[in-house]
Design a binder for this molecule. Sequence first.
Ligand code: ADP
Length: 449
Amino acid sequence: MEDLVQSPSLARRALWLVDLRWIAIVALASATLVSDRVLGVHLAKGHLYLLCGILLVYNAVLYGLLRWLTKGRDEPSSKAIGRMITLQVSGDLVILTLILHFSGGIENPFSFFFVFHMIIASILRSRRQSYIQAALACLLFGSMVWLEYSGLVQHYALEGFAGHTLYHDGVFVLGTLLVFSATLFLVVFMTTSIVAQLRSQQEDLKQANLQLKEKDKIQNEYVLRVSHDLKGHLAAIQSCIDAVHDGLLGNLNDGQKDMIARAHRRTAQGLAFVTDLLKLTHTKLAGQPGISCFSLKAMVGKALAAAKSRAEAKGIQLSVEVSPSVETVCGEQVLIEETILNLLFNSVQYTRQGGKIRLEIQDRGTEVLFHIRDNGIGIPEDEKDKIFGEFYRATNARAVERDGTGLGLSFAKQVVERHGGHIWAQNNPEGGCTFSFAIPKNLQERSRC
Ligand code: ADP
């Protein structure tokens, strides 16, 4: 959940206030025009249009300042942005008071708009700051009312709307001021209390999230150790079986050969499973990616050479097309190569004899796009999103191929997301499917930071 008071969101909210103010300026100008021309309520038009002009300049300056404060910074100083918000709210209170003064003073019901400013201050600023803003609002509104009441400044009546003498009625003035002040302080009290509760819940969630991550890490470390140990045992068992299987310990009868062949196959499956699990867990536990830039052509050459023999064994035609504008790719070479290889192996596995597989690499401006297209069995539409989950194997895949770990695509997803990219699968209209992943190009710049 986004922190209510963290600086990037605070900056966004400060800009949102600026956006709201553009709307308020248009609303003020239109309301002045409509009141005068349509409703017959006569206002101090000149002064109000002048205030629109001042607001325009004030808002443009605030916008420029905020853009300057946030430009090129991931985390603008929350103190500076916080001060800007305080300045904005205080400035708005002054301008709202002036607008009210030129449009009926205490007789103008728009005085309730002070409440919105109190809510904004209570959400974006501290409890103390919010009460200061409430006190400022009471002071400004109270001073205007008192100055008009005492005749020290002119009262601009809302001709055609309310009684013109209310501003001079002591009981009405005092009563309104009391209700006004109580409302503002109550609003601040209620809003800051709700915001405080939300912040504390947010903090709890953050802590729970940290604990979950820590637990996840411990679990992954455990899986890593167990699978590492298992891999060692399975590799040892396999070499013993191999020796018997290959007849190094004497000839076997047909029954023994069959049993050893089965044991050989099951051990190979177990080893493949543990190896995939190890790779996936390693990637999950790895820290920041160690990025380097490498030749795309060389990497693709290696991956194709590794997939070629499997493809040929099934009479599958393997082709490749690489955009000439992508010479290098930045990232973790071994992992990206393994990802391409995983996807190529999958295509070979799930494509029938004599099928076709095509690897395409395209330049998409800010990212490099990889497509692995085949004309194999495709993916059931309702399982397309599930296949990237750990241990998941689609129903049609299980029917054609018994062996499989369901971990290859989870590994590919981990690798691509580690590089700030995304991966997806689509069925082709002509049959088979295409696995695609995109890796951002700016990784090179990030690696220099
Ligand atoms: P595995 O291939 O070992 O089952 P993966 O994680 O690599 O595990 O793939 C998960 C599932 O995604 C597969 O079981 C299969 O259902 C589906 N899949 C992956 N690649 C293809 C493909 N090229 N064509 C059809 N289905 C695929």
